[in-house]
Write a protein of this length. Structure first.
Length: 461
């Protein structure tokens, strides 16, 4: 995150407050009064670890909770470990149930002993709710939801619901949508705050509610949750269990986090980069370990390129100029393949494309590949004719460029569908992977075309 000009102006003042003499945090507390936690996040990593700990210690519990919920699960336990127990309990008590569940889980993995100590400090009811949420998969709706929703009965009047809202509203995640449940807690309708306010006080909820409720289950994948919310332009979705009982809601802020997380994973996979690290905090040794395995695999795969060139070294020795065009040809193949793979992966991720669309995509990319190949081939032919005046070589390169562009287009379009069919994330058809495949395929195409077109000029021709 790039610091805004406003936040940049705050940094010198914060540094001065941190450097104030003595261990007393009053100077720092005074400076932090009224400062939004989001402003601190903009230059958070410009602070030393010890300075971050002092900032959290000086913040009010509510602001500390906001700040903590925006930090990575790797950093949260380290911050909490530096705080006194009573302050840890105060900050955690201010977290929403879903954020608290994630933080406790991270703390348990980091330091089980501290986790047990923190559990004893928390309110039993709050702890029970957080532990119930911890039982859900973090990448499903159950792991995203919060149980802080407002449920009303169909027999209540609008006036009664408004009075009820005044009592329970402060503790709810959102009051803009109220959910109608029966005696068994099953979801039967939804009522917006707008509908409630404009309705006559004596009207019953059953008369003004919408019984057609878009809902998700606790095991709905987080990507599907994001897609449904985007399709319907909702800010909140109700979550039900297997029996149809309402157990929570997923709000748009949680979904924005999911979208950011999924986009980050896809971008990293497309670049063959590790997805499970915090780059800002990762050490060079950790980056080496996470990146080396995939890069070593690519290096080993690229030895196939050497084997192909080595196999046709007699042809290169006879017509040396052929070697000069190898980087251009295989580079074009990798670029074309990576480009179309990126488009298809993104379309699959947003559900614009499904597996059943493969034939349509293949036919589209077949025509697109021919058009690209024809354009590249014409350019290469004219280029060689102009600079080398060797018609046979010009024709060979032109045909090669057509076939490489066509092949790269089809490979780049097909691999994401193949990966999706096999249950593998299509984003793993990364740019380096496509490039490696097309290096080998492109060389094979090149030398076979050369043998066909330049046969009489080659050894044994």
């Amino acid at each position: 995150m790039n610091p805004s000009s406003e936040s940049t102006d705050l940094l010198p003042g914060l540094k001065a407050a941190l450097d104030a003499p003595g261990e007393d945090l009053e100077v720092l507390r005074t400076f932090l009064v009224g400062m939004r936690p989001q402003s601190l996040l903009e230059f958070w990593y410009e602070l030393e670890p010890s300075e971050r700990e002092r900032v959290v210690a000086a913040l009010p519990a509510e602001s500390g909770a906001v700040l903590l919920s925006n930090l990575s699960t790797e950093e949260q336990p380290e911050i909490l470990q530096a705080l006194p127990p009573h302050q840890v309990a105060g900050v955690l008590q201010e977290l929403s149930p879903d954020d608290l569940a994630d933080t406790l889980q991270a703390l348990d993995e980091f330091d089980p002993e501290q986790f047990q100590g923190v559990r004893e400090l928390l309110d039993p009811e709050t702890l029970a709710v957080a532990e119930a949420l911890s039982g859900y998969d973090e990448e499903e709706a159950g792991g995203l939801m919060t149980p802080e929703f407002i449920a009303v009965r169909a027999t209540m009047t609008a006036e009664q619901v408004l009075a009820f809202l005044r009592r329970v509203g402060p503790d709810a995640e959102t009051i803009y949508y109220l959910y109608v449940t029966d005696g068994d807690g099953r979801l039967s309708g939804v009522l917006s705050l707008r509908q409630l306010i404009i309705s006559a006080p004596h009207r019953q909820v059953r008369e003004i509610m919408n019984p057609d409720v878009v809902r998700i289950r606790t095991d709905t994948d987080q990507e599907e949750v994001a897609r449904i919310m985007a399709d319907y332009d909702f800010s909140v979705l109700p979550v039900v269990d297997d029996d149809g009982q309402m157990v929570g809601i997923v709000t748009v802020d949680d979904v924005l986090d999911v979208v950011t997380e999924e986009a980050t994973e896809d971008i990293r996979r497309l670049g063959a980069a590790p997805i499970d690290i915090d780059y800002v905090r990762a050490s060079p040794w950790l980056l080496f370990r996470k990146r080396a395995s995939w890069l070593i695999l690519l290096v080993v795969s690229m030895t196939l390129t050497f084997n192909v060139i080595n196999h046709y070294e007699d042809i290169i020795a006879e017509v040396v100029i052929l070697a000069a065009f190898i980087p251009l040809l295989i580079g074009t193949g990798g670029n074309v393949g990576a480009q179309v793979a990126t488009l298809v992966v993104r379309a699959l991720a947003t559900r614009e494309l499904e597996l059943r669309d493969y034939v349509r995509v293949f036919w589209k990319e077949l025509r697109t590949g021919l058009l690209l190949g024809a354009a590249f081939g014409a350019f290469m032919t004219l280029y060689v004719l102009f600079f080398r005046a060797e018609p046979r070589i010009a024709v060979a390169l032109g045909i090669t460029m057509v076939l490489i562009a066509l092949c790269a287009n089809l490979v780049g379009a097909s691999l994401p569908f193949l990966f999706r069919k096999l249950g593998i994330d299509p984003a793993l058809t990364s740019s380096p992977g496509i490039t490696t495949v097309m290096d080998v395929v492109g060389l094979l195409i090149y030398f076979r075309v050369v043998i066909w077109v330049l046969g009489p000029m080659l050894p044994g021709g």
